[in-house]
Write a protein that binds this ligand. Structure first.
Ligand SMILES: Cc1cc2nc3c(=O)[nH]c(=O)nc-3n(C[C@H](O)[C@H](O)[C@H](O)COP(=O)(O)OP(=O)(O)OC[C@H]3O[C@@H](n4cnc5c(N)ncnc54)[C@H](O)[C@@H]3O)c2cc1C
Ligand code: FES
Length: 252
């Protein structure tokens, strides 16, 4: 069962113009959190529905949440200050399977943060490919360099790292036979491209899907996602059955 906690904000650090890293003391959630899981946070009285935010990292009794201010809810959250108290439900969802000898983490934009905790928890050789629009939007590069054996950065405009999409370094690494498992989080078109490429090399790929959410606990069907398992179509809940799915199960 998820925990409902009142978490004290211990820190709010600016990562880019629109992205903040919040450290929140929430011992009951931190103790049980697995990589790829998320929390559901009440974002002020004016926003009725909680907002889902991935667990980026866990340290002692605190979780780190990386929040991009996109709309009313995440904007409210990104402006929280130390000593503010957050109403948090979690950890929710299934999370990544971080087993495997050579893990390849592939993230895009605000999909990058949940892969950091996966990198820290996985054993064996870990490589990360992190894609962003531009240099000013790069997130957590040093943290990934500390957690991984190799880190590759791509930017759409070539202002940092390799110009282009994450699929170019992904293909080179798959050509080298450098991965037994691919874990991906980011925009849906990126997830699809990563899954299709990994499947051409016979490498299993887990994808973390994003859908708008209502309850966050499998009760409202807002987050429905179609899957195909053993030839049968199913409607799954991203909040409860996901957010992580096997790439081949997703109806793209
Ligand atoms: C499992 C999961 C994990 C997530 N982890 C993070 C995270 O670690 N950090 C982070 O910043 N964001 C994360 N998100 C996305 C975040 O929940 C949404 O950006 C947020 O709910 C938008 O709420 P809002 O009130 O700020 O914006 P709204 O005013 O509700 O919407 C603003 C814009 O965001 C879009 N949007 C709303 N909800 C989603 C969604 N679920 N996915 C994609 N786009 C959406 C809307 O279409 C609109 O364009 C996650 C989403 C899911 C489902
Ligand atoms: S958000 Fe209600 S069922 Fe998933």
């Amino acid at each position: 069962m998820p925990e409902l906690c009142l978490g004290r904000v211990a820190d709010n650090k600016k990562l880019t113009e629109t992205v903040r890293a919040l450290t929140v003391e929430a011992e009951a959630i931190a103790r049980r959190a697995a990589p790829g899981q998320f929390v559901h946070i009440r974002c002020g009285a004016e926003n009725l529905l909680r907002r889902p935010i991935s667990i980026c990292d866990v340290s002692g009794g605190a979780v780190t949440l990386v929040v991009e201010a996109r709309g009313a809810g995440t904007d409210w959250l990104a402006r929280r200050e130390p000593e503010d108290v957050l109403d948090i439900l979690g950890p929710l969802g299934n999370g990544f399977d971080t087993g495997g000898r050579r893990i390849l983490l592939v993230g895009g934009g605000i999909g990058v943060p949940p892969l950091l905790y996966a990198a820290k928890k996985a054993a064996g050789v870990k490589r990360a490919i992190l894609g962003f629009q531009t240099e000013h939007r790069i997130l957590l590069e040093e943290e990934f360099k500390n957690a991984c054996d190799e880190v590759f950065i791509t930017t759409d405009d070539g202002s940092a790292g390799e110009q282009g999409h994450v699929t170019a370094p992904l293909k080179r690494l798959l050509d080298r036979g450098a991965a037994d498992a691919v874990l991906a989080c980011g925009p849906r078109p990126m997830l699809r491209a990563v899954y299709e490429l990994a499947s051409q090399y016979g490498v299993p790929c887990q994808v973390s899907m994003e859908e708008r959410m209502g309850c966050g606990i499998g009760a409202c069907l807002v987050c429905a996602c179609q899957t195909r398992e053993n030839g049968q179509l199913h409607m799954r809940h991203v909040c409860k059955d996901g957010p992580v799915f096997r790439g081949e199960a997703v109806v793209w």
